[in-house]
Design a protein around this ligand. Structure first.
Ligand code: URA
Length: 202
């Protein structure tokens, strides 16, 4: 079983938050284990909860279009959310829910080791660009420890506010260049665990 499938099984059993009682199923994320780029949204909605897949509703359709703009398909990218369970009535995720779910996201990043992380909307932006405002930093990138972090508006924002559509498309069009640069960045290698233990044994 792949590391991601194992992780998905654990996420499916997670009961840390009350909202787990009301979900049809958890929505861990999807995409190849060796994806170069990872998109992180906010939380599953009704459609995602029904299907167990991220971004399959209206916002997902627009995300597909955005990916098409840069000649990427869903099969080539990894897509997940800050929290893996649909909040009732699609309310915003609570701070405690975000905290509870954070280890899953960290594990996904450890397994996939993406070269570029694209945050979609305020909630995922807040994890990687704390205290920043989306209006200011959308379309800008920061390189940290071999990963390029890039903030974008949430695709759903364009569905509610047509004027944002062009902004989101323009931000998406910057990704191929950034990704090409990211691929030249040597990834920091984790020392094998055995070696680390040996260091303490001396
Ligand atoms: N669907 C998702 O999976 N995530 C979002 O943030 C919005 C819709």
């Amino acid at each position: 079983m792949s590391a991601l499938s194992e992780l998905y099984e654990q996420i499916a059993c997670c009961q840390k938050c009350d909202i787990a009682k009301h979900r049809t199923q958890a929505v861990p994320g999807e995409g190849p284990e060796d994806a170069d780029i990872m998109f992180i949204g906010e939380a599953p909605g009704w459609n995602e909860d029904q299907q167990g897949r991220p971004f399959v509703g209206q916002a997902g359709k627009f995300l597909d279009e955005l990916l098409n703009l840069i000649n990427l398909s869903r099969r080539q990218v990894y897509i997940t959310n800050v929290i893996k369970t649909r909040p009732p009535d699609n309310r915003d995720p609570l701070p405690q829910e975000i905290l509870n779910c954070r280890p899953w996201l960290d594990l996904q990043m450890e397994i996939i080791r993406p070269k570029m992380v694209v945050t979609l909307g305020r909630y995922s932006m807040a994890l990687f660009f704390p205290k920043k405002s989306i209006g200011r930093i959308h379309g800008t990138a920061e390189k940290r420890e071999g990963i390029i972090y890039y903030a974008m508006y949430h695709p759903a924002a364009a569905l509610h506010q047509q004027s944002l559509r062009e902004t989101i498309e323009a931000d998406m069009l910057k990704i191929p260049r950034l990704l090409a640069d990211a691929k030249n960045i040597p990834q920091p290698r984790m020392e094998p665990e055995v070696k680390q233990l040996n260091m303490f044994e001396v």
